[in-house]
Structures are given as C-alpha cells and as structure tokens.
Design a protein around this ligand. Structure first.
Ligand SMILES: [Zn+2]
Length: 359
C-alpha cells in the first residue's frame, strides 16, 4: 500500500503467503522505473520466518542445586527454534536430543561455584537473535547444605618462585614477584579459557557407563574451589581459586583415566603443566595436570583406569601430584558427585538412558 510520503508498506505472513515455512528466508524487493531506460533496482535481506514461536515444557522434577555441582533436566520444545538449552546466569549449557531415540531434549548443566545463589536456572529456546522463550526449572537450593569453601595461606618460597618463572616465563625479566603474579593470574585465566573452549570438542553421546574413578590410592591435598592466598616473605601477593583436586600418591605414579572417553588435549598448558583432557560426551570432560610425561595423543580413545602418563610437578606445582579437574560445557565443576554411583543413578541414569550403567 502506498503511503502519502512515497513509502510502501507490505504485510508478509501466513495470511497473505500461506506457503511460508519456518526457517531462513529472503525478502527481495525489485523496482523498475517507468522511464524509457526501465532501470531496475533490487534489494534483499536475509530473515527468519517464525510462524510458531517455541513453547518450552520442562520436567516436573525437583532439582536440588549446590554450588559447583551439576544436574540434568529433560524438556520438550515445540514450534520453531534454532537453539535450546539451560541458562544459569550468564552461562549456557547445550540441549541434546534424548539418547536412545526417545522424544525430547536434555541438558547437563552446572550451578557454578561462584554463581550468585539467587540465580534461577532457565530452560530456553531461541528463535533468532535476541528472541528467547524461557521457563524456569523447578529447583531447591538448600542453604544449609551448600559446600563451604575454605581459605588457605600458601607460603611461596624463593625456590618455588624461581621454578615457576623459569619454567613458565623463561625469556621474561624484571621483578620476580610481578612475573609470578602475572603467571598466576593472567596465564591462569588464558589456560582456563583454552580448557573451556574444549567444550566444542565433545561427543553427542555418553562415552562412559560406570562411575568416574578417583586416582587409585590418592590423598587429596586440596579440594574444589578453595581460595589460596599466596604469601611471599610475609606479604600477600596474590589470591586465586583452585578449581580441582590435588591428588598425591607417590612420585611418578601412572595417571589413570577417570572414565572411558576420548583424549581432546594432550600437551603443555601453562600453569597446568603437561596436561591431558578427556572428553566423556555431552560436554563432560576431565582434566589432568602437572604430568612429567604424557603417553596419549589427541584423538585417542581411553578406557576407565587406563594409564595415560606419569605424574610430576610441571607448571604451577610445588610437589609431585595430579591436578584433577572436571568441566561441564566449559564450566569447571566439583568432580566428587561423579565418583558416586548413587548420585549418577539419581541425577543421570533415572532421567536419561545411560546404557550399561548399573548402580
Ligand atoms: Zn591443583
């Protein structure tokens, strides 16, 4: 319809164009001048046709959420959508088709160790940029049972500082304390980003069927999300949160794969030293740091308990131990639930098919 100021308005939709289908489309405008030259002009734009916005329906389970821990929710999305999953604050966890050909979707998600406790996890479905439909998960956040993270003072000796800067900043110069702090903060952040980005190297199926193993005969020297104050000559020079377990056995012990999976990283990684990351499917991955030797390659399939290398003290490690961590869709989580067959049964196997799992 022609407006008085020379603008034209069109309405495009299923009423005027019943053959429209959900998905990508092109809007093309063409005009031909009525002069002798019959000049043509053409303009086109990509757009998304949405005849039915998504509707999200979430399972009715009561989800008990704990800081640093994981859970699983099942849901259905009908209508048109391009991306779905669980959103917890600014973190998103992908949706996957239910295993075993069952209808519906599921997401493994984490409530990160540093997430504000008032955050409400949402199942979301997007239908184009900025267009989201969300439904909250039914959950409880038992205040009294939340993990309590501890704060430790870590005394930094000259010897340890020299070891770290010699190994991780060999060509640097200047104040050793500044170099150490830079490694501990900036390099740590960059290394964690590399780990997080491995989320994209994941299988779209469970590669495992038994509880995760904790390194045999190991002593936990520190646990998940403890804060460390770094003390040098009586002064606090840095503060960092330790996102894993430090498991010590004896020197140069065989580092065991915690579960069946595929190696997605096997190389030096800054503060983690020689590091292996194993993917277990659906965004769940285990991390092994400070090895003296790596005996697997990226792409190798490993079995639960298989020795993948030798423990050591490469990277930011003051003694021989294995830094063991776990991440879910790039968010580091507390591995302890995954060592527990009852937890896996109640939170995973009861909700989705986990072939071969026996409690
Ligand atoms: Zn560690």
């Amino acid at each position: 319809m022609r407006g008085t100021d020379g603008t034209w308005n069109f309405t495009a939709g299923v009423n005027t164009t019943p053959q429209l289908k959900d998905g990508k489309a092109k809007l093309i405008m063409e005009a031909t001048s009525n002069g002798l030259l019959r000049k043509k002009a053409r303009w086109e734009r990509e757009l998304t046709v949405v005849t039915k916005p998504p509707i999200v329906s979430v399972d009715a389970d009561q989800h008990y959420l704990y800081l640093g821990m994981a859970d699983l929710t099942t849901f259905n999305v009908s209508g048109f959508w391009t991306e779905a999953g669980v959103r917890v604050g600014d973190q998103t966890f992908r949706a996957w088709p239910m295993p075993g050909g069952k209808p519906g979707l599921f997401s493994l998600f984490a409530f990160a160790w540093n997430m504000p406790p008032s955050t409400v996890p949402l199942v979301y479905a997007s239908y184009g940029t900025g267009n989201d439909v969300t439904t909250p998960i039914v959950f409880r956040f038992p205040k009294k049972e939340q993990p309590i993270y501890t704060v430790h003072a870590l005394q930094i000796s000259d010897q340890f500082m020299q070891k770290v800067i010699g190994e991780l900043d060999p060509n640097g110069s200047g104040d050793p304390v500044a170099r150490f702090v830079k490694i501990n903060s900036e390099m740590r952040r960059a290394n964690n980003k590399v780990l997080s980005d491995l989320r994209l190297k994941t299988a779209d199926r469970f590669l495992w069927s038994e509880p995760f193993l904790r390194q045999s005969h190991s002593q936990a020297e520190s646990s998940f999300a403890d804060t460390r104050n770094y003390i040098y000559k009586g002064n606090k020079i840095d503060r960092q949160v330790h996102l894993g377990y430090d498991l010590a056995v004896t020197q140069h012990v065989g580092v065991e794969a915690s579960n069946d999976g595929r190696v997605v990283y096997a190389a030096p990684l800054g503060i983690y030293g020689n590091c292996i990351v194993v993917d277990h499917g659906y965004g769940l991955q285990t991390i092994y740091g400070h090895l003296s030797q790596i005996n697997v390659h990226e792409g190798d399939m490993v079995k639960r308990g298989q020795v993948m290398g030798t423990s050591g003290q490469t990277g930011m490690a003051g003694g021989d131990h294995i830094h063991f961590g776990m991440q879910l869709d790039g968010v580091q989580i507390d591995p302890k639930e995954w060592w527990d067959s009852h937890w896996i049964n109640d939170h995973i196997a009861k909700r989705v098919d986990l072939p071969g799992f026996n409690k």
